[in-house]
Design a protein around this ligand. Sequence first.
Ligand code: SF4
Length: 352
Amino acid sequence: MDQDVILQVDDLRVHFFTQEGLVRAVDGVSFTAKRGQVLGIVGESGCGKSVTAQAILRIVPPPGEIVGGKIIYYRQSSNNGAGNVTQTVDLTALPARGREMREIRGGEISMVFQEPMTSLDPVYTIGDQIMEAITLHQKVNKSEARERAIEMLRLVGMPRPEETIDNYPHQLSGGMRQRVMIAIALSCSPSLLIADEPTTALDVTTEAQILELMRGLQQELGTTILLITHNLGVIAEMCDDVIVMYLGKVVEHTDVDTLFFNPKHPYTQALLQSIPRIESTKKERLKPIRGIVPDPYAIPSGCPFWPRCDHYIPGLCDREEPDYITVEPDHEVRCHLYDPERKTNAQVNESR
Ligand code: SF4
């Protein structure tokens, strides 16, 4: 096992058994997160990025279930000055409400949600909520927990933390509430922080401040961040590596520079063409991705992107699911266009 790896997701499948039918929200997702990196997960709504995060924390809501795959967490602890010991834990094998999973959730792997107002309890002060997170995972008394909570509020840039700690969530602005959420998530020094659309509900100025705060804390504390977003601007700002998801599958994985300057998958290319570029000198119209995300109860056969793809190969893309192909070191794409053994159009037509 690579010492640098903190999380390895292997062929993860999360299905929702609803009355209307089966939804394969996550359908064979695999990726690796390295220690100290910011790994972005990007994709449109409904692509399975948030459900992947819920599966890692074992908080998939019913009627969702993890039906296959593994989530391996490489847990590190110091060995009385003799270096670090790494323990391999399969999170999918642990009881979701068991002691070990509760210790990991919030203590070693924590999460910042999109909407802080719904994540914070309106009837408790923010201090109570940060202190609760601290005392749940650390052996400290009440005054030590309060000191630590004030320290965390100071760390996330909260003004006058000694007074603000006694405020209720409604007394704070959206940006300040998100800072509180980050303080709660970081209060137990987690090894892995999952941030699910952490700035979506904020205005652009506050978004820039929160991203800067997260980047600064990540560099200072060395925390690995799994950043889930639909916003490619946030990805460019924050991430080292990126995975692109579409309808429950990873369709491309590479480093952030390659994603923006040499994207391979037609879906990634289409996503990039649909956002404005500051360096563009020509008056260009933005090109939206044509069509809509298919109904999750009726995902197209073959490559699920084919009804919207400009490079679609009839008879192949709509019939055979593409493999995950390595196009260059550390750059994988799930698309028939890069398959060295792909049938030509003529061969496809012949076999019809
Ligand atoms: Fe487009 Fe075919 Fe590639 Fe899917 S496999 S992205 S339909 S070219």
